[in-house]
Write a protein that binds this ligand. Structure first.
Ligand code: ATP
Length: 199
């Protein structure tokens, strides 16, 4: 699997629709300071479900939407799509090409699509969990992240190893199962109370 293409429109400095094609192997993006190189990695993080505005180097939700420039009005919507070559079926879907799209409006309304079909943020997160590609995967190493790893607490470092080792998915499922178990126990206690009252 590899990242084939990124399509952006209205995202940060990219007012007009652009398509960036990638080839298998090493690709480099070069450009002057402030030309938008990091905005491209922000776009990839964002479409993979990043919810932290700080990580996206903004201070409010709408900072991902083109804010206007000399002679150009701000835009009302930002849209990013990534197209992944999945011909090796590393992602557990039958498609050999997978397109993930995220859209956000100034009103705060947000949408996700998987191969043009509306889906939930959770569907995207689950699809990439433990693949190393998701927003918490370590496929994107930003400036300062290596230093952060070196000074992180042992528990935080453990989370990094767990994502890399592919056990985050099971941890998330365990948490969900425990929550359901707690709810069932609470329901059973209620049933016991009612039965005692009836008897
Ligand atoms: P460097 O090489 O210095 O790290 P870079 O090529 O990575 O730079 P970015 O940080 O990706 O550049 O882009 C910064 C530019 O994006 C700034 O000019 C900033 O004004 C612009 N920008 C960021 N958010 C928005 C937005 N919402 N609307 C318009 N422009 C934006």
């Amino acid at each position: 699997m590899y990242l084939k293409r990124v399509e952006l429109q209205g995202f940060k400095s990219f007012a007009d629709r652009i398509e960036i094609e990638f080839q298998p192997g090493i690709n480099a993006i070069v450009g002057p300071n402030g030309s938008g190189k990091s905005n491209i990695t922000d776009a990839i993080r964002w479409v993979l479900g990043e919810q932290s505005i700080k990580t996206l180097r903004g201070s409010k939700l709408e900072d991902v939407i083109f804010a206007g420039s000399h002679g150009r009005k701000p835009m009302g919507m930002a849209e990013v799509s990534i197209i992944l070559d999945n011909s090796d079926h590393l992602l557990p879907l039958e498609y050999s090409e997978i397109c993930i799209t995220r859209r956000v409006f100034r009103s705060g309304e947000s949408e996700f699509y998987l191969n043009k079909v509306p889906c939930r943020l959770r569907d995207i997160q689950e699809l990439f969990m433990d693949t190393g590609i998701g927003k918490d995967g370590y496929s994107i190493i930003s400036q300062g992240q290596v230093d952060e790893f070196l000074i992180s607490r042992p528990e935080e470092r453990r989370m990094i190893f767990e994502e890399t080792a592919g056990i985050m998915k099971h941890r998330a499922r365990k948490r969900e199962a425990e929550k359901k178990l707690e709810e069932t126990m609470a329901n059973l206690t209620r049933v016991d109370d009612i039965l005692t009252e009836i008897e």
